[in-house]
Design a protein around this ligand. Structure first.
Ligand SMILES: [Zn+2]
Length: 115
């Protein structure tokens, strides 16, 4: 079943907490965050000293959940399959656009490494 915006926000937050705990040894009291109380501002405060691309990607997903653009493909502007988002909430492209993107970027690399 497709998750609500609120449920998806929690999935994203929990993934961020996993990274904080596993990579940085920061213990997060998850109970405090149940109920959507943590604002982006507070999240930023918690992440301020981290430079972590996975956290950045997940933070981007939270931002899109807040502004309503979450789950929309940046390539073709259609909705991304929720099953894919469930697996990877930071995903920004649908399957079709991602394939296209990967193909064209590998063509780009090939074309330029020949010179
Ligand atoms: Zn697309």
């Amino acid at each position: 079943m497709k998750r609500s915006r609120r449920a998806m926000r929690r999935v994203v937050l929990y993934r961020m907490f996993d990274i904080l705990e596993q990579s940085y040894g920061i213990d997060v009291n998850r109970e405090e965050f149940v109920g959507d109380r943590m604002s982006l501002h507070e999240i930023d405060a918690a992440l301020a000293f981290k430079s972590d691309s996975r956290l950045d990607e997940l933070r981007g997903a939270l931002e899109r959940l807040d502004d309503g653009s979450f789950g929309v493909c940046i390539g073709c502007k259609t909705e991304i399959d929720w099953k894919l988002l469930d697996k990877e909430p930071a995903r920004r492209m649908c399957e079709k656009c991602e394939k296209e993107y990967n193909r064209s970027s590998s063509e780009y690399v090939e074309a330029h490494s020949l010179q």
